[in-house]
Design a binder for this molecule. Structure first.
Ligand SMILES: Cc1ncc(COP(=O)(O)O)c(C=O)c1O
Length: 502
């Protein structure tokens, strides 16, 4: 019998709902592996660790400053990191190795609300008993990494889950699992290129981001990401949806697409869609915008590749293409981040020929087991759907953000877009992707506000290319709507300091 352990203040989860022995080994009961995983002493040892974890994390119940005394200081760790990497980190963040849902402890004993989670990786926050149990179970295996030549049952179960979810409302049928979002995108590009007989050009949206391999850095619309990189990718950029223009924006995008296709007939291997732009600023667009462009692509024989590395798992459906009901149009999709391992899924028609996709590693057994546990739990615990926990968390964010802006108009002057018009809203995003636009979207002021926020006890980040926004990727699996209150209280203290400095 396992105990029901409080995960974060006000939220309980039974860590026994995932990870029965058969779930881990996935093999015949008569194997030695099944005997080991099911051994009563082994199970009891895991239960003990989870119980002791709950005791150790019980003191973490809100943000707190650094503590005096003890071993090596935070600054010393930062210096060591800087020396090893040759450049300093963005934040003085070094985790101690424990947390409690949305709360994380750093090596200096400080505790912070983690609203960015490694840029959207830890959907159950820190030290979640269920995730720790899944990681412990996977660590009982014979190897750490699984590969394309030799793999265990765990990576197969993980791949099957992705295909089962993706194929519900799309033509996607197969998956190649890999170990970074950039590599999933590289694989997606190769699959599209092979399908189109080596067509050399790609179409991408302005402000897109796709990772930092040499090709993805060239396609991603950020000059800083390709400094010093010889340019050999041929990219045609398209305007993304402009909420100030509404339907006119759709007309203009179609006009651009038609011109691009006419300029280079038969030359495009794909149009790469980020259905919510992540690094680009949590920019959203209505279904009609994408349908119009995707239909045009299909008519011209241009594959539709959906980059869901940032959107996957954290919106009101597991795939953003399902949120927007676009499944029928998608030929290839890449996922990553919260899934722990990354992957590219494709239709029967796009299945690669032998030799196109492989690699030594596909990922660690722990990543597969924790990733599958996270996705299974989100699904089982009602995270998805219009009334699910993710929708409720986003609605609560909007409520807090609207009240916050109304209470502090001085901190929220209009944010002006590149056509010199004010943004229609100073908060937004979708699902577990939340943005707030203080200080007119000025980058320097937002970066300074983030530093102060970190000191005060909230970890966030920025996104956009101007106006800039404060970006939150909260741990949607464990964060409760009520947790926004302490987060916004800290925002209030931090913004008051940032405003006073300006
Ligand atoms: C939309 C998108 N695609 C690809 C990537 C690259 O993923 P990774 O950093 O795992 O290579 C990211 C990372 O932020 C992303 O947001």
């Amino acid at each position: 019998m396992r105990s029901t352990t409080p995960v974060v203040p006000g939220h309980t989860f039974d860590p026994g709902t995932f990870g029965e022995p058969s779930d881990v080994t996935q093999v015949l009961d008569t194997t030695a592996a099944a005997a080991f995983h099911g051994d009563a002493d082994v199970r009891a040892a895991l239960d003990t660790i989870i119980t002791r974890l709950a005791a150790a994390q019980s003191t973490l119940d809100g943000a707190r400053p650094a503590r005096d005394g003890g071993g090596e200081t935070l600054q010393s760790w930062i210096d060591r990191s800087t020396a090893a990497k040759g450049r300093g980190p963005i934040y003085p963040y070094v985790g101690s190795g424990i947390g409690r849902g949305p709360l994380v402890e750093l090596v200096d004993g400080s505790v912070k609300w983690d609203m960015i989670n490694g840029i959207g990786v830890h959907m159950f926050g820190h030290s979640d008993p269920g995730m720790v149990r899944a990681a412990l179970e996977a660590s009982l295996g014979d190897v750490v990494m699984e590969g394309n030549l030799q793999f265990n049952a765990e990576s197969i179960a993980y791949a099957e889950l992705l295909v089962a979810e993706a194929s519900k409302r799309s033509r996607l049928r197969h998956v190649f699992v890999t170990n970074s979002g950039a590599m999933a995108n590289e694989s997606a590009l190769k699959v599209c290129q092979q399908k189109t007989g080596g067509a050399p050009r790609v179409i991408a949206f302005q402000d897109c981001f796709m990772g930092r391999s040499t090709t993805m850095a060239q396609i991603g619309d950020s000059a800083g990401g390709r400094v010093g990189i010889p340019l050999n990718a041929m990219v045609d950029y398209m305007p993304f949806y402009d909420p100030n223009l509404g339907d006119r924006s759709i007309e203009m995008a179609l006009w651009h697409l038609d011109k691009t296709i006419a300029r280079y007939p038969g030359q495009h291997s794909c149009f790469i869609f980020e259905l919510v732009q992540g690094e680009g600023g949590f920019n959203t667009a209505p279904r009609e915008f994408f349908v119009a462009l995707m239909e045009r692509c299909h008519a011209a024989g241009i594959p539709v590749w959906d980059d869901e590395v940032q959107t996957f798992g954290r919106n009101t459906e597991m795939f953003m293409f399902d949120v927007l009901d676009l499944g029928e149009y998608i030929d290839v999709v890449a996922i990553g981040k919260m899934s722990q391992a990354c992957a590219v899924l494709y239709t029967e028609d796009f299945a690669p020929k032998p030799g196109l996709l492989s690699g030594t590693f596909i990922g660690s057994s722990t990543a597969f087991h924790v990733g599958r546990a996270a996705l299974s739990r989100l699904r089982a615990e009602g995270a998805y759907g219009p009334n699910g926990r993710i929708a409720a968390l986003h609605a609560a964010f909007r409520e807090h953000a609207a009240a916050f802006i109304a209470a502090h108009p001085d901190w929220f002057p209009p944010a002006i877009d590149e056509f010199r018009r004010p943004l229609p809203a100073l908060f937004g995003g979708t699902g577990g992707m939340c943005r707030l636009t203080p200080f007119g979207g000025d980058k320097a002021r937002i970066v300074r506000a983030l530093d102060i926020l970190f000191e005060e006890g909230v970890i966030a980040f920025y996104c956009g290319h101007g106006p800039f926004h404060l970006r939150f990727l909260p741990p949607v699996g464990v964060m409760e709507p009520a947790h926004w209150r302490p987060v916004f209280e800290i925002l209030e203290r931090a913004f008051a300091r940032a405003h006073a400095e300006a």
